[in-house]
Design a binder for this molecule. Structure first.
Ligand code: SF4
Length: 924
């Protein structure tokens, strides 16, 4: 294209897909010079949070380098819009400190000494270990622990082909509590709100800013507001989201579930309930029967109102520290919205408090009362809006059960008790032979990180630790192998998320491989075209599995043979080709319209809308043979409910035991929690009456994100590090005055097991009596470690054991400018990088959901003489004491369950073993 053509071409919002192979535009960075660049555009999917927004990589055709990464306007979830972390992918690709080659430990574990090795050596060593464990029947000693998940089911398939029970996740430091609250109602463990069409939205977290499906949700919340919808945000901080809301609700931490019962009370009292919906879809019969009451709907209506009669706005307001009029007003707004009431809770208070799962349980109670389930403008169950296509072959479930993943003390946990792994190992409950951490940094992210260090240092507990990561992290120091895995533009994944009332899939793909293959080049392994020797992770697992069972004698190899070339090893292209050809309804037809194969279509578009406008899936008519129990209003097969009969038609209902929404949970009754069968309020461990205010105790809320950072994984981005590089402690002026501190003064925040020293930020944006600190900052490396690591954000620390079990971590070198191939590294002006607080948090597993209860009771004081900014002190002797205390709160399956089972058979597991494995070994 010449200059004249460029000047006369109408402006485009985005390059039209027909020109993605050959797109020319001016280089913005060259301005005011008019420098043209000619690009090939390749779609992929962001890897920086779970939302899976669409990205487009702009590859300069002259040098083959990715020059920028922008949004994909054709992606159904993100629609071309991204948060700051999407375009920052280019920083991660170009990060001068990234890992480019497989590394092997040289000195003692934890010494930080590594040397380059070969992929062949890595694969042979790991395959031999895993094969030995399998052959010797040590099927619970191989463990894969995921931080940032990839596409659903891929690694489950690998682990099940090996026959091991080894899937571990980060869920219990993230969303386990909310999942339990939701699953008790509908069998679905998360919500999918239709924000765009809601007339009233209640967020119990900061979704517009930093929530679970952050950007796809944020844009739809704004769309809803633009159409006249109202927004309420419940958050202890005046977050960016709360600042845009019609109502900011900041109840005392831990009382959110009670606030929701207050809303329910008003709905019941003021006749704002959709009783037709409740009668049809709620298992009110079980509720009445369990309480020995009359099983008729009129009685239920009266009984329910009576059961929540105590939750008056006045009483609730007093306990929550809110105005009674606020409870009244928000409840009436919800009632007015009716079926167009959208709601969501994910981390926030559910993740902060003992009993936090009741927040999700009660939020859904409110939605159910107004009939806002599956409705336009309401909240779908997540399963309606997530599409997981089946792979070409699925191995049988494993036969074994690992109590390191699902200890019997938490039979209702969602999911694995991941953050307790070192505590369980140190308590003599087992051993892990080969341990993979995948884009996961437990030493830094989890509570009790120093206990992780102690356990990872012990080779009798972890035989071999393999870090799979694009970048060095705190945990990798205690690894035996550190293996570089790709960023968003260097790997495959198939993603689907419940961003709105639709289903879609997004295809994350390695950009350079796609381009090489378009040019007719043969690529055997993606690492051959990725930077350095960065492996494509899906291929790593195929290659490893092939070496675990080279001759097929273990029955593993057959799962990795090509469906197109019998007996030969599958390629990653064939794996996805099969899925796109066989498992995605409508995709082959859509591809044919463009004269493409389904694989071509996905490589070209990067996404596919499977179905749009999905509502009321519970009303889908039931087909096939079944009996009807007219009195109970259910369809049955072999004596079990399979559907719900509404207005004379049998319908699917919900995936619960009763097929209805369960206001009474028999599961809770059967598993030792009879007091929690209905929506209820559980006093938190940080409840006002558990605080010693006279001695200065406060609540620390440490669960919130900064919107520009992502847990432990954004320190490799210069742009994100420049945007956010401190995490001062939010403190209300009344508390600041009491303590005699001003903004910038150093304060000491002390937990049960340690303390940290950080700067105060005095603000009315947080409730009095509460302090808040984002957990996204305070990354460090041990001083003297010669490896360059995330220098945009990491400071150097002296990590010292001052007495047995007592550690002091002290900053010895701030973030500063540095020399690298990126000239911006010489311009780093920020110094702090923030303070690491999670080290000082003991583990606090919720007795029911197993969720780590993040909120901490703390004592805040002025910094003491000798304290320095960034100091962290930890006593791991106390850590184990706190673990034992919380362990005592649990109600184990063998003493409190219905007999013989570790977990209800109808409760899912991420990688579910055979039903027989659910039985306790000592059960008769
Ligand atoms: S919300 Fe931001 S970080 Fe998350 S996938 Fe989208 S662009 Fe990436």
């Amino acid at each position: 294209m010449d200059q004249t053509t460029l000047r006369t071409t109408p402006l485009e919002n985005f390059p039209p897909p027909a020109q993605w192979d050959d797109w020319t535009e001016f280089d913005a960075r060259a301005w005011p010079r008019r420098v043209q660049r000619n690009y090939a555009l390749v779609p992929t999917i962001c890897f920086n949070c779970e939302a899976a927004c669409g990205l487009i990589a702009y590859v300069d055709k002259k040098d083959g380098k990715i020059q920028k990464v922008e949004g994909n306007p054709y992606h159904p979830g993100s629609r071309g819009r991204n948060c700051a972390k999407g375009p920052a992918t280019i920083n991660q690709v170009q990060d001068p400190d990234r890992i480019l080659y497989p590394m092997k430990r040289k000195g003692p574990r934890g010494s930080g000494e590594f040397e380059r090795t070969t992929w062949d050596e890595v694969l042979d060593t790991l395959a031999a270990r895993i094969r030995k464990a399998i052959v010797e029947g040590r099927l619970t000693e191989v463990m894969y622990h995921v931080g940032r998940p990839g596409h659903d089911g891929y690694v489950d398939r690998i682990l099940q082909s090996w026959g091991v029970d080894g899937h571990n996740s980060h869920t219990n430091v993230c969303s386990a509590a909310a999942r339990l609250g939701y699953v008790l109602w509908s069998g679905h463990d998360r919500p999918s709100p239709d924000y765009e069409n809601a007339t009233f939205t209640l967020l119990i977290s900061a979704h517009l800013e930093t929530g679970h499906y952050f950007n796809p949700h944020a844009q739809r919340i704004i769309d809803g507001k633009m159409k006249g919808g109202k927004l309420a945000v419940c958050d202890i901080r005046l977050s960016n989201t709360a600042s845009m809301a019609d109502y900011w609700l900041a109840p005392r931490p831990g009382t959110e579930a009670l606030m929701l019962l207050g809303f329910a009370h008003v709905l019941l009292r003021d006749g704002l309930v959709d009783w037709k919906f409740v009668e049809d879809w709620v298992d009110w019969r079980a509720y009445q029967r369990a309480r020995g009451r009359s099983v008729d709907f009129a009685s239920f209506r009266e009984d329910l109102a009576r059961d929540y009669a105590e939750a008056t706005p006045a009483r609730v307001a007093e306990a929550c520290g809110l105005e009674a009029s606020t409870i009244e007003n928000v409840a009436r707004e919800i009632g007015k919205a009716g079926a167009k009431f959208a709601s969501h809770v994910w981390r926030n208070s559910a993740a902060g408090n003992e009993g936090g799962w009741a927040v999700a349980r009660n939020l859904q109670f409110v939605s159910v009362l107004v009939g806002a389930v599956g409705s336009i403008g309401g909240t779908n169950p997540a399963g309606a809006n997530k599409f997981v296509p089946a792979p070409f072959q699925k191995p049988s479930p494993q036969q074994v059960w690992s109590e390191l993943l699902y200890p019997r003390e938490w039979p209702l946990a969602h999911h694995e008790l991941s953050f307790l792994l070192p505590h369980l190992l140190k308590s003599g409950r087992g051993r892990v032979d080969t341990y993979f951490t995948r884009v996961y940094n437990p030493v830094w992210t989890n509570p009790d990180g120093v206990v992780w260090i102690e356990a990872l240092s012990d080779e009798s507990l972890f035989g071999c630790h393999v870090v799979l990561s694009p970048t060095w992290n705190e945990t990798s120091r205690w690894a035996d192998y550190v293996l570089p895995m790709g960023h968003a533009t260097e790997r495959h994944d198939l993603m689907s998320q419940e961003t709105h009332a639709a289903t879609w899939i997004g295809f994350r793909q390695p950009v350079h491989r796609v381009l090489a293959e378009r040019q007719g080049k043969h690529v055997e392994w993606t690492w051959q075209v990725n930077p350095g020797e960065v492996w494509e992770e899906d291929e790593f697992w195929i290659a490893l599995s092939w070496r675990v069972d080279p001759d097929g004698s273990l029955g593993i190899r057959k799962h990795f043979e090509s469906p197109y070339r019998p007996g030969e090893r599958i390629t990653i292209t064939e794996y996805y080709r099969w899925i796109f050809e066989n498992s995605v309804p409508g995709l082959p037809e859509a591809a044919a319209k463009e004269n493409q194969t389904p694989l071509d279509y996905m490589q070209r578009h990067g996404c596919f809308l499977v179905q749009d406008n999905i509502y009321k899936t519970h009303e889908t008519e039931l087909k096939g043979e079944f009996a009807v129990d007219a009195e109970e209003g259910i369809a049955t097969k072999d004596g079990k409910p399979v559907g719900v009969v509404v207005d004379g038609v049998a319908r699917h209902g919900f995936p619960t035991q009763s097929k209805r929404l369960e206001i009474h949970s028999q599961t809770m009754a059967d598993w030792g929690w009879p007091e929690f069968t209905a929506p209820c309020y559980i006093e938190s461990h940080v409840d006002e009456k558990n605080l010693d205010r006279k001695n200065g105790e406060m609540v620390l809320v440490g669960t919130f994100r900064l919107p520009t950072l992502i847990h432990t994984r954004s320190a490799n981005s210069k742009w994100l590090s420049e945007l956010s590089n401190t995490n001062p402690v939010w403190i209300h002026p009344t508390d600041a005055t009491r303590l005699g501190v001003e903004t910038g003064d150093l304060i000491r925040v002390a937990t049960r097991t340690g303390h940290y020293v950080n700067a105060a930020w005095v603000t009315e944006g947080v409730r009095p009596g509460v302090v808040a600190c984002s957990h996204h900052l305070g990354r460090w490396k041990i001083h003297g470690d010669q490896r360059n690591q995330n220098r945009w954000q990491l400071h150097d620390v002296d990590f010292r054991q001052v007495e047995p079990g007592r550690y002091l971590v002290r900053r010895v070198k701030d973030v500063s400018s540095f020399e690298s191939a990126d000239k911006d590294s010489g311009k780093v002006w920020w110094h702090s990088g923030g303070v690491h607080q999670n080290f000082t948090f003991p583990v606090q597993p919720d007795p029911v959901s197993g969720m780590h209860c993040w909120h901490q009771k703390v004592t805040v004081t002025k910094a003491e003489p000798g304290d320095r900014y960034g100091d962290v002190f930890v006593d791991t002797n106390k850590s184990m004491e706190v673990f034992e205390e919380w362990l005592q709160k649990a109600r184990p399956a063998d003493s409190h369950g219905p007999g013989g089972l570790r977990r209800p058979l109808h409760f899912k597991r991420v990688c579910r073993p055979v039903d027989a494995a659910y039985r306790l070994p000592d059960a008769t």
